[in-house]
Design a protein around this ligand. Structure first.
Ligand code: FES
Length: 103
């Protein structure tokens, strides 16, 4: 497992989301405010569409894919309507930078 620097936190704050590419992985990083960030696979397990434009529900802590409305818990990546699961990556803000840990 290695921590990778993604972007400045101020940039993520401004843009709210970004996609970090590492080899063949595409990781969606979301600003949750107050230096809390979340990172997940940017690929819906249903039909593989990107999740970067999905609808965030802060109260339910879910992200819903825009294509067929599957929703995913951002805590563990579990789909709320099927057994599908997203990969979730450890993420943090340190020294003003956003970091994601990739296996
Ligand atoms: S591709 Fe995401 S719900 Fe179908």
């Amino acid at each position: 497992m290695t921590w990778h620097k993604v972007t400045r936190y101020t940039t993520l704050q401004r843009e709210q989301r970004c996609v970090y590419r590492h080899e063949r992985l595409k990781i969606l990083v979301i600003d949750r405010g107050q230096e809390q960030v979340q990172a997940l696979e940017n690929r819906c397990p249903h039909q593989g569409y990107p999740l970067e434009d999905g609808m965030l529900d802060p109260e339910k802590n879910t992200l819903t894919c825009n294509h067929h409305l599957w929703a995913f818990n951002l805590g563990d990546g579990q789909c709320t309507a099927s057994r599908a699961k997203l990969l979730i990556f450890p993420a943090k803000v340190e020294g003003g930078e956003v970091w994601v840990e990739i296996p």
